[in-house]
Design a protein around this ligand. Structure first.
Ligand code: ARG
Length: 463
């Protein structure tokens, strides 16, 4: 086949074959061979439908079916010779099918085009990735729930502006990420539902005059229904863009958590110890244990954002229907998907293995006047002060502690009374961090009891 200079699939009107540079810029086989299984699944569904509709004979359909299985096993076994001259996975598979079964192979492309073929293959591939992302997210959420449950009542500092704000619980902090990854999970499921329509049978752009059954091929490939407009079916890449957008938001969450793990595992914080399995050493500094997985998660995220932006740029200027620009959809999505799955798995492993350092967390929780808000609330509740005045009095007490070089609970009652004479020693009850977190029982608050309510809710929700 490749001995002819013009292309065997479309070269009828061509006197010469393509320039080498043309072939290089045109070919997608170098990357779209990744969709071989999806391409063959689509072709099998199409051939079975053509026979059921009487468009090709049953014996041709059977030859095609068997031949495609042979091609698939050759590809999966690494015994397939991909040809750049045959451009892409669609033509590589079909050309090999012809070598194996001869003439019936030429009937496979009846009533379809590479335009609906590639849209179908890519949807199937993206759908598989959404399923993999769902599994990865569920595993990560389970790892977070285990951490949250084990440390529901461990106190740690809660931050705003990365300055100590109020004490929170470890469980509460873990559950914040469960909420974030839980939204990612629902976005993944939502995107899958919306994208699960079959472009197959839209043909080049206008549909076909053959009496095909698009509902049959859609059902065979696990799609909920066929796409309702043939122009849209071949020109739409929203499904890939939604995949990349969902991936981007999730990647942003992964990166924020990775950033926290980098900070938390430092000698200055020591909030967590990452396991040896998810850390690396330094070749020169023997004491080092570096959080490389977290750093790489933080860094890889840029590729996912980049893929999303790149595909937006590819699509934004395209008139209907198919343009070859759209071939640029795949490499970016492949790379983003690989890195997203890897980042999810690495994060799950790190979370599963990490040890929260309860003592260091508790020591940090009490530092930095973290119970100042509790003190102000006490002045309001017990002395009946307006909150603004209580805020002011508390500020004076903080300044006093700062001047003495101690934290709020270490001030004496006399120190306090010098600022406000009505303060009693009952105030010391609210200055402890355990009392502080235990008091925050409002729905969604940091109290251990609230954390456990949310852990239970999530466990029931994800099964
Ligand atoms: N390799 C192409 C792609 O990835 C397949 C579709 C080609 N269609 C065409 N009319 N040239 O988009």
């Amino acid at each position: 086949m490749t001995d002819k200079s013009s292309n065997q699939m479309w070269g009828g009107r061509f006197a010469s074959g393509p320039d080498a540079i043309m072939e290089a810029i045109n070919a997608s086989i170098g990357f779209d061979k990744r969709m071989a299984a999806q391409d063959i699944a689509g072709s099998r569904a199409h051939a079975a439908m053509l026979a059921a509709q009487g468009i090709i004979s049953d014996s041709d359909a059977e030859a095609i079916r068997k031949g495609l299985l042979t091609v698939l096993s050759e590809i999966e076994g690494g015994n397939f010779e991909f040809s750049t001259a045959l451009e892409d996975i669609h033509m590589n598979v079909e050309a090999r099918l012809k070598e194996i079964i001869g003439e019936p192979a030429g009937r496979l492309h009846t009533g379809r085009s590479r335009n609906d073929q590639v849209a179908t293959d890519f949807r199937l591939w993206v759908r598989d990735q959404l399923d993999a992302a769902e599994a990865g997210l569920l595993a990560l959420i389970r790892a977070l729930l285990a951490q949250a449950e084990a440390g529901a009542d461990w106190v740690m500092p809660g931050f705003t502006h990365l300055q100590t704000a109020q004490p929170v619980t470890w469980g509460h902090h873990m559950m914040a990420y469960v909420e974030m990854f839980g939204r990612d999970l629902s976005r993944v499921r939502d995107a899958r539902d919306r994208m699960n329509e079959s472009p197959l049978g839209a043909a080049a752009l206008a549909g076909t005059s053959f009496p095909i059954d698009r509902h049959m091929t859609a059902a065979a490939l696990g799609f909920a229904r066929p796409c309702a407009n043939s122009l849209d079916a071949v020109s739409d890449r929203d499904f890939a863009l939604e995949f990349l957008s969902v991936a981007s938001i999730c990647a942003m969450h992964l990166s924020r958590f990775a950033e926290e793990l980098v900070i938390w595992s430092s000698a200055q914080f020591r909030f967590v110890t990452l396991s040896d399995r998810f850390s690396t050493g330094s070749s020169i500094m023997p004491q080092k244990k570096n959080p490389d997985a977290a750093e790489l998660i933080r860094a890889k995220i840029g590729r996912i954002f980049g893929a999303n932006t790149a595909l937006m740029m590819v699509m934004k200027g395209l008139p209907l229907a198919y343009s070859k620009d759209m071939q640029e959809d795949k490499e970016q999505a492949f790379d983003a998907a690989d890195n997203w799955m890897l980042a999810l798995a690495a994060m799950e492993g790190m979370v599963r293995d990490m040890t929260g350092n309860r003592d260091a967390l508790a020591a940090a929780a009490g530092a930095g006047f973290s119970t100042a808000t509790d003190l102000a609330d006490w002045l309001v509740r017990v002395l009946g002060m307006p909150f603004r005045d209580a805020h002011h009095v508390t500020g004076a007490l903080v300044a006093q502690a700062e001047a003495k070089g101690c934290d709020l609970p270490e001030l004496t009652l006399d120190d306090m009374r010098a600022v406000h004479p009505d303060i009693t020693d009952a105030v010391f009850d609210v200055l402890g961090v355990d009392n502080s977190v235990n008091s925050r029982t409002s729905y969604g608050g940091t109290a251990p009891a609230q954390v456990l309510v949310q852990v239970l809710r999530w466990k029931e929700q994800i099964g």
